[in-house]
Design a protein around this ligand. Structure first.
Ligand code: KMH
Ligand code: ZN
Length: 283
């Protein structure tokens, strides 16, 4: 199978989201927070079957940051060590101001997340008002960064249609979405909701899904059955099975790749994922 010929439903693109912005390193020592830890994790996850790394970074105190120098160093280091598609989070932490979230693109990643609406996020609110979405989208188009549309709720799908109608196709020409399910305040992480959400996506869009917390497995099985791609990682899941903490991001990728094999949709390479998503090869 060549990169050009891979069909989304014939293979499985696995994204790993290794860190997130919410978890506390002191409570979860396996969480990768330094650049060295992140690069080691990325290499292990590539080996296990990941094609994309969704990146949040931390500062010297292991706190979430959007420091641009660190972001640039991170993109550079991940590219030097792996051929993974490097997707930076523009969601950051719920406390990050919009200007810093927009500036993430100046680190020149392959891709970025773009959340299509505000959502209750546990006890917090993850703010993504319409003008911010539009500005971020215009910046992705101008800077040549391929967005992944993060959808936490059914209303976000309507906002995605509105965004595409008003502002045209994304850089690369292909629409790829990620259903983030099971966040307290967002859509539930179950098969019925996943099917409903997928039916509402724009024609021709590809999609992945991730279930937060205990919805990880139901969402993964439903996504595989419905022809979708997978996102796994400690950003979303820190319990591997009942009472057993996740030991590493790589074991989550290994499990996803094993299930993808069982579904006869083996893990895509980063090259195949680039072709599917319209992400240019690195210069
Ligand atoms: N940390 C959440 C508030 C994204 O990466 O774009 C937002 C988030 C989504 O994780
Ligand atoms: Zn994220």
């Amino acid at each position: 199978m060549t990169a050009d010929s891979v069909r989304p439903s014939a293979a499985t693109m696995i994204t790993v989201a290794p860190t997130g912005a919410e978890l506390d390193k002191a409570a979860i020592p396996a969480l990768p927070v330094t650049l060295d830890e992140l690069v080691t994790t990325a290499k292990e996850c590539r080996e296990a079957g990941a094609a994309i790394v969704h990146v949040h970074i931390r500062d010297e105190n292991a706190q979430p940051t959007l420091d641009l120098v660190r972001l640039k160093d991170t993109v550079h280091a991940l590219r030097g060590a792996t051929d993974l598609i490097v997707q930076l989070s523009t969601g950051g932490a719920v406390t990050d101001p919009f200007e810093r979230r927009l500036a993430v693109l100046d680190a020149a990643p392959d891709g970025c997340s773009l959340t299509c609406g505000t959502v209750n996020f546990g006890d917090e609110v993850f703010m993504n008002p319409w003008p911010f979405m539009c500005e971020l989208y215009a910046r992705t188009q101008g800077l040549g960064v391929v967005p992944e549309f993060e959808l936490f709720d059914m209303g976000h799908i309507a906002a995605l249609h509105r965004l595409l109608d008003k502002h045209g196709a994304p850089f690369g020409g292909h629409v790829h979405c990620d259903l983030v399910m099971g966040v307290p305040g967002g859509m539930p992480g179950d098969a019925a909701t996943l099917v409903q959400a997928v039916a509402a996506l724009p024609d021709g869009a590809t999609w992945s899904a991730t279930g937060v917390g205990r919805t990880a497995l139901p969402v993964m099985f439903a996504a595989l059955a419905a022809g979708g791609q997978l996102r796994v990682g400690m950003e979303d899941t820190i319990t591997f099975s009942r009472g057993r903490p996740v030991r590493s991001n790589a074991e989550l990728v290994e499990r996803a790749a094993a299930l993808a094999d069982l579904a006869q949709r083996p893990a895509m390479t980063p090259e195949q994922a680039r072709a599917m998503l319209g992400i240019p090869d690195r210069a």
